[in-house]
Design a binder for this molecule. Structure first.
Ligand code: GLN
Length: 456
């Protein structure tokens, strides 16, 4: 209860400048904190996450708590059930502080596409926190929550973690059940943690991972993220992808900070190997066909009938669909629905969607080949530090370019961690560690090794 009160006080202090939360669920949190105190008083039954206050990206269904995916179209929607990741944390004794701001339906890289409000970066509130899980990253960076959950479809955990100076992890696709996650692009979406240390991120991911009969893509594989954590990088081979250090728009300060991090790992006993991910240049184009195609299908369910808001002025059923969607969806969501519908239409399917899927296979093969030569891949998380609010909002392509180093990991389904590696112009820089599919523990181990020498 004391920990909850301290975090509610931090929220009271920080929210006027950060705006990380869309809504708090204080009653829920108090009930959970009381239950945790009872467990502690009883002297057993408490685990590592018992009583720890955390925040939830507004795309994860929480039973009875308004969940809107950052969209006006879901205003007033209270899910009748918990997402599996939420249910697992509830069982582990978590304390739910509230729902955090995000780009509408997780579409964006700055949280400016929220249907409600922009979020400020705690390091400089005139700048974006990254996105789409910007509220979850900012809440941890501002000390409002001990940890939080986000989702990552093309970088939406790792990139805001980088920009806010916290740890964020996208697990292997299939590691965490997506049941109860409001879908953006189902073949790319993964739920993962933000925290202020690698170990905390590993603990949370351990708690939410594992097979779930309600998500057929969740994997029935052992999850052991903690036992290798402190083993260091002595004798490991770390791949440095040539293409990832030459991307368009890479800021020199970012590049320098990441190169310093790579050298520190070499001094800790890792062997550096230059690797190549030759199809990197095509990743962005493939992603921005595949993700909108899946989104156009996933978002068809929001019609004013089944969930959330409905336009009450409509007089016919079709009119209800049209008016509700026109008013409920923001510009970026409508852009993606149109792009996706176009790419999937009979006349263009082969030229766009099928082609993009072939490119996706080539990108996955790039990673497979690279991982024949190394145990993990290291790079920057994003080419830039946090940019000013408004700087890229009128230029979708410039915004999309911010994901160039993260979305390959989603297309290939591999796990990735971002953790802070110093600053450029006084703003946090993110260091990304990618590992082969199912080697989530390896990504965490390399990240932890870097964290240890960084802080030494
Ligand atoms: N920024 C990317 C997009 O807009 C990725 C978003 C995400 O990972 N949810 O699609």
């Amino acid at each position: 209860m004391e920990l909850l009160d301290r975090h509610l006080a931090a929220i009271g202090r920080e929210e006027p400048r950060v705006h990380a939360f869309l809504r708090l669920c204080e009653d829920e949190a108090r009930g959970q904190a009381e239950a945790a105190d009872r467990l502690f008083a009883a002297g057993d039954g408490a685990g590592e996450l018992t009583g720890i206050p955390m925040a939830i990206k507004d795309v994860l269904s929480v039973r009875g708590v308004e969940t809107t995916a950052g969209s006006q179209i879901l205003r007033g929607y209270r899910p009748p059930y918990d997402a599996t990741a939420i249910a697992r944390l509830r069982d582990a004794g978590a304390v739910f502080l509230g729902m955090t701001n995000c780009d509408e339906f997780a579409m964006g890289s700055s949280t400016e596409n929220s249907g409600f409000q922009p979020t400020g970066n705690p390091h400089d509130p005139s700048r974006v926190p990254g996105g789409s899980s910007g509220g979850s990253a900012a809440a941890v960076a501002a000390g409002e929550a001990v940890y939080s959950l986000g989702t990552d479809t093309g970088g939406s955990i790792r990139q805001p973690a980088a920009m806010c100076g916290v740890v964020g992890m996208k697990p292997t696709y299939g590691r965490v059940s997506r049941y109860g996650l409001i879908a953006f692009a189902s073949s790319l979406d993964q739920i993962g943690p933000f925290a202020s240390s690698v170990r905390d991120a590993a603990l949370v991911l351990q708690a939410i991972s594992g097979v779930d009969p309600r998500d057929a893509t969740s994997a029935d594989r052992p999850v052991d993220l903690l036992s290798e954590l402190e083993r260091g990088v002595e004798g490991m081979r770390l791949g440095v992808p040539r293409e990832y250090f030459q991307v368009e728009g890479m800021e020199p300060g970012v590049k320098a900070a990441v190169e310093r991090a790579v050298l520190l790992l070499e001094r800790s006993g890792a062997e550096l190997v230059e690797v190549s991910l030759p199809h990197t240049d095509y990743g962005l184009a493939a992603y921005y066909i595949i993700a909108p195609a899946e989104a156009s299908s996933n978002l068809a369910r929001f019609d004013g009938v089944k969930y959330g808001a409905r336009d009450e002025d409509a007089t016919t059923l079709v009119d209800t669909y049209l008016r509700t969607r026109r008013r409920g969806f923001g510009t970026e969501v409508r852009r993606r629905i149109m792009l996706g519908t176009y790419a999937l239409s009979a006349g263009y399917y082969d030229a766009y969607y099928l082609k993009a899927q072939k490119v996706r296979t080539l990108i996955a093969q790039d990673f497979e080949r690279a991982f024949e030569q190394c145990d993990a891949i290291v790079s920057a998380t994003a080419p830039t530090v946090a940019f000013p609010i408004g700087a890229k909002i009128d230029d979708p392509i410039a915004m999309y370019l911010n994901d160039v180093l993260t979305l390959g990991g989603n297309l290939a389904g591999v796990p990735g961690v971002s953790l802070p590696c110093g600053t450029s112009d006084g703003l946090p820089v993110g260091f990304q560690v990618l590992a082969p599919q199912w080697a989530d523990a390896t990504a965490l181990r390399v990240a932890r090794a870097y964290e240890a020498v960084r802080d030494a």
